[in-house]
Write a protein that binds this ligand. Structure first.
Ligand SMILES: [Zn+2]
Length: 177
């Protein structure tokens, strides 16, 4: 076996290794070294350092993965926000308070129903009675479904915020290492 001369990557001491050696311990500083070869050179690298670098790389990959996940979450939430906005002439606007909408539609329905009852007491038959009743019922339905949609949105927002906080926390833990 051919004996090769290399230098310790940690303390610079000359070491003799055989050409088949992959790992060697420096006799002077006790560093664990990996013998690396290229076509034109031979050198050593501290094993502890390699492990450290690998660990750091794995951690930074994890950081990138977390950042990507947060970005994706934000993007999806942004799309959902856009979709739930009410289109109007001045551009999309966020939906108003659904409870206020419900209060208004109840008021509107009450006006419709009182109109219907006055029509009914005036003994005008048919469509003159059903139009305000229909409008009142439609308004009530719209108001109630608005409240349901509002509650669903609130729940979606809560779960988005929880997930985001969780990811941010994981990221902060990883970075503080
Ligand atoms: Zn050494």
């Amino acid at each position: 076996m051919e004996s090769l001369s290399v230098r310790c990557n940690h303390c610079g001491a000359p070491l003799q290794v055989s050409d088949a050696t992959r790992f060697v311990t420096c006799q002077f500083c006790q560093s664990s070294l990996e013998v690396k070869r290229t076509d034109s050179s031979i050198f050593t690298e501290e094993v502890a350092k390699i492990a450290e670098n690998t660990g750091k790389m794995a951690e930074s990959l994890e950081v990138i993965a977390l950042q990507n996940e947060i970005e994706k979450l934000d993007r999806e939430w942004g799309i959902e926000q856009m979709n739930s906005m009410v289109p109007s002439r001045r551009g999309p606007r966020p939906p108003g308070n659904p409870w206020f909408g419900l209060a208004f539609t109840i008021f509107f329905a009450a006006v419709c129903f009182s109109m219907a009852s006055r029509i009914s007491s005036a003994r005008v038959p048919g469509i003159f009675f059903f139009v305000p009743v229909g409008m009142g019922l439609f308004a009530l339905f719209a108001g109630i479904s608005g409240v349901f949609k509002g509650e669903t949105r609130k729940a979606a927002q809560t779960s988005y915020q929880q997930r985001r906080t969780e990811l941010e926390h994981q990221l902060a833990t990883l970075r503080s290492k």
